[in-house]
Design a protein around this ligand. Sequence first.
Ligand SMILES: Cc1cc2nc3c(=O)[nH]c(=O)nc-3n(C[C@H](O)[C@H](O)[C@H](O)COP(=O)(O)OP(=O)(O)OC[C@H]3O[C@@H](n4cnc5c(N)ncnc54)[C@H](O)[C@@H]3O)c2cc1C
Length: 591
Amino acid sequence: MGSYKAPLDDYRFLMHELFDYTDIAPRIGHPDLDAELLDMMLEEWATFIEEVWCPSNRIGDEEGLKFSNGTVTMPPILVDVWRQTIESEWMAAPCDEEWGGQGLPLFFRTACDEVAIAGNMSLAVIGALNLGVYDLIHDHGEQHLKEEYLQKLTTGEWCGTMAMTEAHCGTDLGILKTKAEANPDGSWSVTGTKIFITGGEHNLVDNIVHMVLARLPDGPEGTKGISLICVPKFLPDGNGGLGERNSVNCVSIEKKMGLHSSPTCVLDFDGAKGWLVGEKHTGMALMFEMMNRERLSTGMMGLGLGEAAYQNALAWAKERRQGRDLKGIKDLEQDADNILRHPDVRRMLLRSKVNMEGMRAMGLYVGLQMDLAEHGEGEEQERAERLVALLTPMVKAHFSDVGAETADECIQVLGGAGYIRESGVEQYFRDVRIARIWEGTNGIQALDLVGRKLPMQIGRALRDLLWPILEFIEEHRDNPDMAPFTKPLYQGVRGLQQLTLLLMSEGMANPYFLAAGATEYTRYFSNIILAWLWAQMVLICLPKQDESPFHAAKIASARVFFERIYPETIALAAKVQAGHRSLMDYPVEMM
Ligand SMILES: Cc1cc2nc3c(=O)[nH]c(=O)nc-3n(C[C@H](O)[C@H](O)[C@H](O)COP(=O)(O)OP(=O)(O)OC[C@H]3O[C@@H](n4cnc5c(N)ncnc54)[C@H](O)[C@@H]3O)c2cc1C
């Protein structure tokens, strides 16, 4: 068990047919990159993950980490896999050519992320952090920081962390206590204790670069007074090697539900030497910039592990025989029919498959908007920036929620075997669970959507998004083959408009109302985007369905989405409309 094949056919369909990469490439700064080359690169990456990363996943989970005298020892297989990853130069794919990268588009990184996560999430997380730290130094670091760190981060020879959380503050970073004091040479001395720091200490590489949030002596209270300091484990020696050991130490590591080979560290900074990244007191804004990209990666964790769980549950279901087909015995030679004969088993598997297919389309769509936001021009660039802001909390929350639900459902497909470690599916469930918590809990994503993103520029991003959806519906209104998809989409969009108005008007008068419905609203909205993407996929597949089983299956998937998943919007709308009273009037002493 624990087998995995990257969904390459699906990616080919999305990149060539749904989004037509050839048309978009020149607008995102890649006029020369042809689609066939991208296909080939994704295939190579997938083969590498399937052959090198996948076999390490279960072993890493079983062996776990060893902590002694401030050092964390990773399972040896992971050290070897990381070495091979550095040699493969794959880590560099999305980084700038100037720093040893290949400068590939962000949407391609999104696809690579899904595959890597499915292969081994503990390693993929380290890779994602590396790229986040790379981006921060690349976009905001002084030249000497770029020269000292970027190439090493690009290759994966050094790793990065993001060190924000402290014992008394996770969500509420405005009250953090870690401080940084100026040194005469322009560097800073950082003092404080950070907890829950992923990859804070390990032996995969020689050096670890921490991006630490700290308060400078003149920093105002709250989030506006926080700065970002780059604190390496070893100070660079100026020649690309390691110099003096810095005073940052790992005090302990956490024992946790999943990700057993990902070190979650308590780090003690005791006057550790570091350098300011960006302007003073802009640390939170910069960290949010990094987090936006990490939030897309976190969403992809739900997708990657949900897909891996689905593939394993399906493989198992194809072999398992229990009971008889309700319409009569299907296999007289056997004592029982295959469990795929049971509607309830199909319900679980098809919901899983279809959820993953839809989220893959949405993940790639947001990845493309990120590319347009970075490399596009004029109105297209500004629109993409707004869309990324609006869609990021949905990708983070919806994908990680649905990914965790899917892994849970896939355990159910296996029955008792799913609960047993040997099946491998329970590891996906344990590993994916954290994606709902870190990078800002999903509750906070929902509040971000309704409280910040919707009102942004008086709802402009929402209009940017809804306009093409309504246009699409109008354009295909008279197509009877599209009616089963465009009709519910239209009803859903109308519902979204009404719910948004309700939330904004009631929420203005009473923030409890806004906050109480935020999670359900986020899920409702995500369903609308998915429905729109599904309807577009159907339109592409309708003329091809007779010749191509792949395209016929996409239409069948769309039917499952619209009939077995999308109707949840009705219940979600009712919960948003119900408001806050039943929650907030409930006496705390009776809870
Ligand atoms: C395995 C693991 C790895 C991690 N890796 C890192 C890392 O690399 N770097 C790092 O800095 N941190 C890391 N974290 C920390 C993680 O980001 C935090 O746990 C997360 O942000 C939530 O903070 P908290 O745990 O303090 O929960 P709390 O902030 O205490 O929240 C508790 C609950 O209250 C809710 N809540 C809190 N405030 C509000 C509010 N204002 N409105 C509505 N609801 C609210 C939350 O949604 C949550 O449900 C990691 C955590 C874990 C478990």
